[in-house]
Design a protein around this ligand. Structure first.
Ligand SMILES: [Zn+2]
Length: 406
């Protein structure tokens, strides 16, 4: 069993180079002409690998390699083919090309699996008008057909609700899903691990924190008499940072935006809005953090009024223990590959799949922890290790039954 590094590298560019920007990045948003061009390239690459290729009506592509038992449930592997604006070569694309390479390796070694293997490329995982993880959300039947304005939004892409319905798949015929992805953080690279075995994907909770004070003349109001919401907001930001450090890894909290009203040199502002986002694997901790913060802010900043308004609450999701075991077993079988169990701080298609299918993720290191940037990079050596682990994991899942849990 050998990874063909040259083939892997070439294939990574055949899809990945589509949508190249002058800044050296890649812009290939879901539904775009560049996305469709990449779909065409991928389809011919899948055909070259001997796969039977289908595309659903919303732009997900599937390449199937039959197993010994055509009726057996499918083992699925892949990731997303779209990118953010001016993103990197590896985010999403690597998971598809790595999956394709494992099929080539099976072909090279004339390996016959019991279960069919499917390589899947999802459309519009990155945020778009349709929201994140669109392709996988539709395929798993998790798209809310009553979502407000759905028909109008779909019409922008020449799609209808019928297209959504016809793209839903019966996931009970899928045995497992495995996604190889770049970490997009610096943990693996800084700790010196080759592979991250992902145990869960953090939740995302967003609040608008509104701090109301008293607007007044900036020249004539003495410092002592002010009810300044900016000063109070600064104290809240400091509390957020200190408390998040106390909560420890993987908990993170970010104030991503600050709006000040009316926002002028010569007026003490009336109101400040902080855009607060928190992520953790345990939703209860996020809720506790928000509650403690609200209590402290209200108690310590009595000169202003503080209001917390929940905007988004997407819970965390644990991945499949049995798929994790298969990945861990693969890491033990492969000499010289170090691995660690870790959580994902970013959302992924896997977070949709896990609702319907035993799902696991394999992380490979991101140099410098950089992603969503032209500077995104993973070394060829680390990619090769990742593909070896993916290959072994697929074979392991192929043999895994409930009785002989690996
Ligand atoms: Zn991604």
């Amino acid at each position: 069993m050998q990874v063909n590094k040259k083939r892997l590298e070439e294939n990574l560019h055949r899809t990945g180079d589509i949508g190249r920007t002058p800044e050296g990045g890649y812009t290939r948003p879901g539904f775009s002409p560049e996305y469709k061009q990449a779909v065409r390239a991928l389809k011919s690459m899948m055909e070259e690998a001997g796969l039977t290729v289908t595309e659903d009506r919303i732009g997900n592509v599937i390449g199937r390699r039959e197993g010994r038992y055509p009726e057996a449930p499918v083992i699925m592997t892949g990731s997303h083919l779209d990118t953010v604006v001016n993103g990197g070569l590896f985010d999403g694309n690597l998971g598809i090309i790595a999956a394709l390479e494992t099929v080539h390796m099976m072909n090279d070694g004339q390996v016959e699996t019991d279960h069919p293997i499917e390589v899947v490329a999802f459309n519009a995982e990155e945020g778009s008008e349709m929201g994140g993880t669109f392709g996988s959300r539709v395929m798993t039947g998790r798209q809310d057909l009553n979502e407000k304005g759905l028909e109008e939004k779909l019409a922008h892409y020449q799609l209808s609700v019928e297209d959504i319905k016809s793209s839903v798949r019966d996931m009970s015929h899928v045995k497992a899903f495995v996604e190889l992805h770049i970490e997009q953080g610096a943990y693996l690279a800084s700790e010196g691990y080759d592979i991250g075995v992902v145990d869960g994907i953090v939740g995302i909770t967003r609040y608008q924190v509104r701090v109301s004070g008293e607007s007044n003349h900036a020249g004539t109001t003495p410092m002592k008499l002010r009810k300044d919401p900016v000063t109070a907001a600064a104290a809240i930001i400091k509390m957020i940072h200190e408390k998040a450090l106390e909560y420890g890894h993987p908990f993170v909290a970010t104030v991503g935006n600050i709006e000040v009203q009316p926002g002028m040199y010569n007026v003490i502002p009336s109101e400040v809005t902080l855009y607060l986002e928190m992520r953790d694997l345990e939703q209860a901790r996020v809720e506790q953090f928000a509650k403690e913060l609200e209590i402290s802010a209200k108690r310590e900043l009595s000169e202003v009024r503080v209001m917390f308004e929940l905007q988004v609450n997407k819970p965390s999701k644990m991945l499949s223990k049995s798929v994790m075991k298969a990945i861990e077993k693969a890491c033990i079988q492969e000499d010289g590959i170090s691995s660690v169990v870790m959580s994902s701080g970013a959302g992924h298609d896997s977070k949709e799949l896990i609702y319907k299918v035993p799902t696991g993720m394999i992380f490979v290191p991101s140099v410098g922890g950089i992603s969503h940037s032209p500077k995104e990079y993973t070394t060829a050596e680390q990619i090769e290790k990742g593909v070896r682990i993916l290959y072994r994991t697929l074979l392991c899942l192929d043999r895994q039954t409930e009785e002989n849990e690996v």
